[in-house]
Design a protein around this ligand. Structure first.
Ligand code: FRU
Length: 509
């Protein structure tokens, strides 16, 4: 971001901050406020950070600027949940300090006290994050990002920064950030996956304090239209075999513009990651799932949360007192299609706690049009549609409101592609590239199509073919989307359709 953009954004924020005081009195009641996605009570949020599960609690830290609705000196905000659905905000976990802003990173439970931070038998939770020295950046140096530690001895509630910070100095790479650390059991060591310009560098350590460079990954592989950020490395099992997955966010250079997250499947031996394929693969073809990573300490289950926005317009979207939300937490699995391995993302089953089936129909034919608007009439723009088509014919699903604003998604057989189109879905004049159609080549080879759509007033998450193709798009309809219609070219058989309403997790809604 350049100086001019920063000044413009500050002016815009001052205008919008004034509005918030006049127009709205309760966060949960604000226009466009997600009702079952995590969003900050006020002000600016970006990436999820330090996600870790410990003693029955999920911790979600996040890039947070408590003084404005645009990006600024970064803190780690903190929220906790028992079920990945109801979140409680806690005090800020990490504040900027003399070493810099607190950029993205991860957290681990150091069960064996390898770091030595544990005391009196208390297990330390350790956060590994990037310090971003803004003075160094402004002075034009190249080494203003470096990795540091903080630890908690009360299960993540309060944090102390390590006096020996930074633990990994910068070798002269301007973009040197977002450490994701995991325990590599086979080699009994910690592995740090770090974004270094448009490459990944792996480091290892026995104690989280001393790090050794192992290897670099990414030359001539994957998308390179922008800087690489917020990586994650973890194993997944398929038919008893271990596959390693490397997530890499990229900004810009996404398949439908702006920032997005690519991934590689391959092998990791504690030193080097080898990709199975030269194909560039995307976690999500929508434009609003960025910087997503997985929780640590969840065993074989890999739960992913992304930031539901895009750097192309994140700072100008028309929400008033806060900006952005997180995606629905998703379970990640691996699936083989022909000779390739792909990630599946699907909403966590915990979402069912607040999802109430309101209509279900099996084995029927849609002849050009099916209007199910009445079934979600009082859903307040919060609903889930699950549909299982018996074949692979063209269809479109239209979500609209009484103003005629319409979000359309569907399948185009001739191009063998899925799409989501927010061209006329609501407010869009804040950014010229926002009102667009996003497309994704179909990955599945199945002879049927399954689709789950989750709408929360101002966002749509679409999981197709059991999560092989995903779209996450935000949109800003001037009134709640309450109409839902399905269109086909002729007669199309449906094996099953289910509609559910989703409860708000804001108290009183
Ligand atoms: C990704 C990112 C990270 C960085 C953070 C700063 O969205 O640019 O690379 O650590 O945001 O807020």
């Amino acid at each position: 971001m350049n100086e001019k953009t920063v000044i413009l954004l500050i002016c815009f924020t001052m205008m919008t901050d004034n509005l918030s005081a006049q127009d709205f009195n309760r966060a949960g009641n604000e226009k466009y406020r997600p009702q079952f996605h995590f969003s900050p009570e006020t002000k600016w949020m970006n990436d999820p950070n330090g996600m870790v599960y410990y003693k029955g609690t999920y911790h979600l830290f996040y890039q947070f600027y408590p003084d404005s609705t645009v990006w600024g000196p970064m803190h780690w905000g903190h929220a906790v949940s028992k079920d990945l659905v109801h979140w409680k905000n806690l005090p800020i976990a990490l504040y900027p300090d003399s070493l810099g802003y607190i950029f993205s990173g991860s957290a681990v439970v150091d069960i064996n006290n390898s770091s030595g931070f544990g005391k009196d038998g208390k297990v330390p939770m350790v956060a590994i994050f990037t310090h971003h020295d803004i003075k160094g950046e402004k002075a034009g140096t190249n080494d203003f990002q470096y990795q540091s530690l903080a630890y908690s001895l009360d299960s993540g509630t309060t944090w102390t920064k390590y006096a020996g910070n930074p633990v990994l100095k910068n070798p002269g790479i301007r973009d040197f950030r977002d450490p994701k650390v995991m325990w590599f059991e086979e080699g009994k060591k910690w592995i740090m996956t770090l974004a270094t310009k448009d490459r990944i560098t792996f480091y290892s350590s026995a104690d989280l304090k001393n790090w050794t460079r192992e290897s670099e990954f990414g030359n001539n592989l994957g998308a390179h239209g922008g800087v690489w950020e917020c990586p994650d490395l973890f194993p997944l099992e398929l038919n008893g075999k271990k596959y390693w997955v490397l997530l890499v966010s990229i900004n810009p250079g996404g398949p439908n513009g702006g920032s997005a997250t690519q991934y590689f499947t391959g092998d990791f031996d504690g030193k080097t990651f080898k990709s199975h394929s030269k194909e560039t693969k995307w976690v999500d073809y929508g434009t609003d799932n960025y910087a997503g990573v997985t929780f640590s300490n969840t065993g074989n289950r890999k739960i992913f949360i992304g930031w539901m926005s895009n750097w192309q317009y994140a700072q100008v979207v028309p929400t008033i007192s806060w900006r952005s939300a997180m995606t629905i937490p998703r379970d990640l699995r691996i699936e083989q299609v022909n000779d390739q391995f792909y990630l599946n993302s699907n909403p966590v089953k915990e979402l069912n706690k607040i999802t109430n089936l309101s209509f279900s129909k099996e084995n029927f034919v849609i002849n050009h049009k099916l209007d199910v608007s009445k079934k979600i009439a009082d859903s307040k723009g919060r609903f889930k549609l699950d549909i299982f088509f018996a074949g692979t014919d063209d269809f479109s699903i239209r979500i609209s409101n009484e103003r005629g604003e319409e979000l359309i998604l569907g399948y185009e057989k001739a191009a063998d592609q899925y799409f989501i189109d927010r061209t006329n879905a609501g407010e869009s004049d804040f950014e010229p590239g926002f009102a667009k159609k996003h497309t994704a080549p179909r990955i599945s080879k199945s002879s049927t199509i399954s689709l789950s759509l989750i709408v929360d007033h101002a966002s749509a998450e679409v999981f197709i073919d059991n999560g092989l193709n995903v779209f996450t798009d935000v949109f800003f309809p001037g009134s709640l989307p309450g109409n839902l219609k399905i269109f086909t070219k002729g007669k199309v058989r449906v094996n099953k359709l289910e509609l559910s309403k989703i409860e708000s997790v804001w108290p009183g809604f």
